[in-house]
Design a protein around this ligand. Structure first.
Ligand SMILES: [Zn+2]
Length: 183
């Protein structure tokens, strides 16, 4: 049994597989579980990622924005280094505690959101960005540069593109720009 962050060995000794991550040539456990050595070198974990249960907080990338909903790809459980790739949806009514009329005023394609799973039935997963959740990383819709908080407008919750100076709005998380470990 190994725990998250526990040192397993070097990449010379093993081939890191599912459930591990590598830093400076050293392999660590990304998840908790039983260590398995497949053949001479490969190591994997005899376990699954934490389940996509209702209430879990995840990081997801927005893949499409429509009038009443957005599609997203869940890429990570918050606090876990291992990536996951699961499709999900966000309905306009689940974006904000305030009334949201159209999704494009709150989310953009390519944005990374911190969201809560609010439904998981038959592999249909719905996310919510209500409360202090929301976009943690956003990109300019014109030039794709990463957007930064518009500090000239204190409390305005608007973003600005440092490249083309275009202002944009998002449903931002409280910690916009502060979630470093996205990929
Ligand atoms: Zn721009």
């Amino acid at each position: 049994m190994v725990f998250i962050g526990e040192y397993i060995g070097t990449i010379e000794e093993f081939i890191p597989e599912y459930g591990t991550y590598v830093e400076d040539g050293k392999i660590y456990a990304a998840v908790m579980g039983d260590l398995k050595q497949n053949n001479e070198k490969k190591i994997v974990f005899n376990m699954k990622l934490p389940r996509l249960t209702v209430g879990s907080i995840v990081l997801a990338e927005i893949t499409d924005v429509r009038n009443n909903s957005a599609t997203a790809k869940i890429i990570k459980f918050l606090g876990y280094r291992q990536n996951v790739f699961v499709s999900a949806g966000i309905f306009v009514s689940q974006i904000s505690d305030e009334y949201a009329d159209k999704v494009s005023s709150f989310l953009g394609v390519g944005d990374i959101v911190k969201a809560r799973i609010v439904r998981n039935e038959k592999n249909l997963i719905d996310l919510s960005t209500k409360g202090n959740l929301g976009v943690v990383k956003a990109f300019c819709k014109v030039c794709r540069h990463e957007l930064i908080l518009n500090k000239e407008k204190i409390g305005s919750k608007t973003l600005i593109c440092p490249n083309c100076k275009k202002g944009e709005t998002r449903k931002m998380a409280d910690d916009y720009g502060a979630v470093k470990d996205v990929f």
